[in-house]
Design a protein around this ligand. Structure first.
Ligand code: NCD
Ligand code: ZN
Length: 335
């Protein structure tokens, strides 16, 4: 049995830099057509020069593969309209991180006060730039995303023409906002469709499943599955594949991030097949994003086949999700 995907897109990806970039970028480029690349390097991508340099390093790391890195800028509340006009020639989206909320987000916004953010958000809205948000407060870890929902609501109401993507949503409350506000969209990861907090910490602690936002409960996962398997038109696949070297994961003070890019399509097709939802797979993993981002990706045909795939223990010094385990589907060929 086979299933063919056209131009799969990963709308939330961490490619890092230097040796890690060289290791992970080809793995995404092998099976995806394009990806929205997150700007949380150290230091973050806040200038057009840094953005173009980073894009060049990504392109070099990819080699001859057909793959377009869609760049993002790290949101700052002090950007000028003039700067954003120039940036709009190179990016479709800016990524907003509340300061200190996740890996390399220290330079993020200190406040979500709408009046402080207004000049930049108004300019973005006028220029058709998309706002991607890591939506967590600094409250209790299991409540952070739920608490952030009121901020999403304020943003969506205050800037009705601004497209806002709630990144890597993990709760039923975030899912409910999709049908409440026309301008709210979401990315959903593979791991949040598959695991709950039980998988992370219910038995022996699993550092390779530790990420921000932390996986939640069964009802939340059901809500994520429902909109993904039905390919709700405002939902897109975004892996949030976030590689960290093994010594930063298997240690005291484990870094947040699950590395999924090389196994994402194989695990997703298994999930959609299991739920009799293969008819919606193409929309979830490409077509919805094309509409939301008004983007036409390079053409790539990925043929998935129901033949077992043994996931390697590691790629370079990064351990993927499902390391050493066998998935039911493999990638047969990419054209
Ligand atoms: C991401 C990373 O490592 O850059 N980590 C994560 O747990 N998801 C950052 C992020 O998207 O929160
Ligand atoms: Zn991320």
């Amino acid at each position: 049995m086979t299933h063919t995907l056209l131009s799969p897109l990963d709308m939330h990806l961490h490619l890092r830099d230097e040796a890690m970039l060289k290791c992970v970028a080809p793995l995404s480029a092998q099976s995806f057509s394009a990806a929205l690349v997150m700007p949380n390097l150290v230091p973050p991508i806040t200038t057009i020069e840094a953005l173009l340099d980073y894009k060049k390093r990504i392109t070099e790391a990819i080699g001859n593969e057909t793959f377009e890195p869609l760049m993002t800028l790290f949101f700052r509340s002090d950007y000028t309209r003039d700067f954003l006009e120039k940036a709009a020639l190179h990016v479709k989206a800016l990524k907003l991180y509340p300061s200190g909320i996740t890996t390399n987000s220290e330079g993020g916004v200190a406040t979500m006060d709408i009046e402080i953010l207004r000049p930049v958000l108004e300019a973005m809205s006028d220029l058709g730039l998309i706002l991607c948000v890591h939506g967590e407060t600094n409250g209790f870890v299991m409540d952070r995303e739920k608490e952030f929902c009121t901020i999403y609501e304020s943003l969506a109401s205050a800037f009705p023409h601004l497209k806002i993507v709630m990144e890597h949503i993990t709760t039923k409350e975030s899912v409910a906002l999709l049908d409440k506000y026309e301008n709210l969209y979401a990315t959903i990861t593979l791991h949040h469709l598959l695991i709950t907090l039980d998988d992370v910490a219910g038995g022996m602690l699993k550092p390779h499943l530790f990420c921000k936002p932390i996986a939640k409960g069964y009802e939340d996962r059901e809500a994520l599955l429902h909109v993904s398997l039905h390919a709700h038109p405002k939902v897109m696949f975004g892996s949030d594949s976030a590689p960290h070297p093994i010594d930063k994961k298997e240690c005291c003070g484990c870094a947040a991030g699950v590395f999924t890019s090389p196994i994402a399509l194989q695990a997703l097709v298994e999930l959609f097949h299991k739920h009799h939802a293969l008819a919606n797979f193409q929309a979830f993993v490409s077509n919805n994003a094309q509409v939301i981002y008004a983007y036409k990706p390079p053409l790539k045909e990925v043929v998935l086949v129901k033949i077992p795939y043994v996931v390697p223990h590691s790629y370079g010094n990064v351990v993927p999700m499902f390391a050493n385990e066998t998935l039911a589907w493999s990638i047969e060929r990419v054209i």
